[in-house]
Design a protein around this ligand. Structure first.
Ligand code: ADP
Ligand code: 5GP
Length: 193
């Protein structure tokens, strides 16, 4: 049976970088869950690839139509959510679906999928390191960076509720550790079944 891998981390922890290193590993058969959001695309992001970019009106219409497994107003007026149609299709195709969601979404998805899901928390070595990474990424305004940092301390308090915590201090070590954990969950469990 295909599995669900849930990644959570304060924004800037290196979650996308780590996920990006795992996706091409064919033996893991990973497919990225494409969330919907009301924020604008940044950098080279394209609609239907990194996210489905919706207007707030369209997002609200879909909430009312019960089209989300879960959704959150992660930052004020900025909604993110997982569309039922999207995840059901990927699981039915036999892919192991990777989620990149905020901590509330992560808790809800783990509850929803149970033992079929592995929840991973990517932890930065410190808040200061997080600030440096967000500034270094240079994709957000100082105001948005501050919003993300304000939320980070709160999100870090959720780490003990995850199946596994990976500290992203040295990037290569963190990538290898995440690979090892996910490989164990997907491949070894299949072999033992
Ligand atoms: P997230 O997806 O968690 O928001 P990103 O993957 O975009 O974070 O990483 C934020 C920034 O930090 C990027 O510029 C990335 O290259 C950098 N980064 C990621 N991991 C590390 C690390 N271990 N050490 C230093 N910089 C890192
Ligand atoms: P970003 O704007 O950096 O892409 O994402 C901001 C935050 O929204 C991240 O913490 C990300 O994990 C979260 N997020 C992205 N998609 C979803 C989703 O579908 N549901 C929830 N609950 N959070 C999401």
């Amino acid at each position: 049976m295909s599995k669900v891998i849930i990644f959570c981390a304060p924004s800037g922890s290196g979650k996308s970088t780590i996920i990006g290193s795992l996706m091409p590993r064919e033996e893991l058969r990973l497919a990225f869950s494409i969330s919907a959001t009301t924020r604008s695309p940044r950098g080279s992001e394209r609609d239907g690839v990194e996210y489905f970019f919706l207007t707030p009106e369209e997002f609200r219409r879909r909430i009312a139509a019960d089209e989300f497994v879960e959704y959150e107003e992660v930052y004020q007026d900025r909604f993110y959510g997982t569309l039922k149609s999207q995840v059901e299709k990927q699981l039915a195709d036999g892919q192991n679906v990777v989620f990149d969601v905020d901590v509330h979404g992560g808790m809800r998805l783990k509850e929803y999928f149970g033992d079929r899901a592995l929840s991973l928390f990517i932890q930065p070595p410190s808040i200061e390191a997080l600030r440096q990474r967000l500034e270094g990424r240079a994709t957000d305004t100082p105001e948005v960076i501050q919003q993300r940092l304000d939320r980070a301390a709160y999100e870090l308090s959720f780490a003990p509720r995850f199946d596994r915590v990976v500290v992203n201090d040295d990037l290569e070590t963190a990538k290898a550790e995440a690979y090892h954990i996910i490989h164990g969950f997907i491949i070894d469990e299949q072999t033992n079944a």
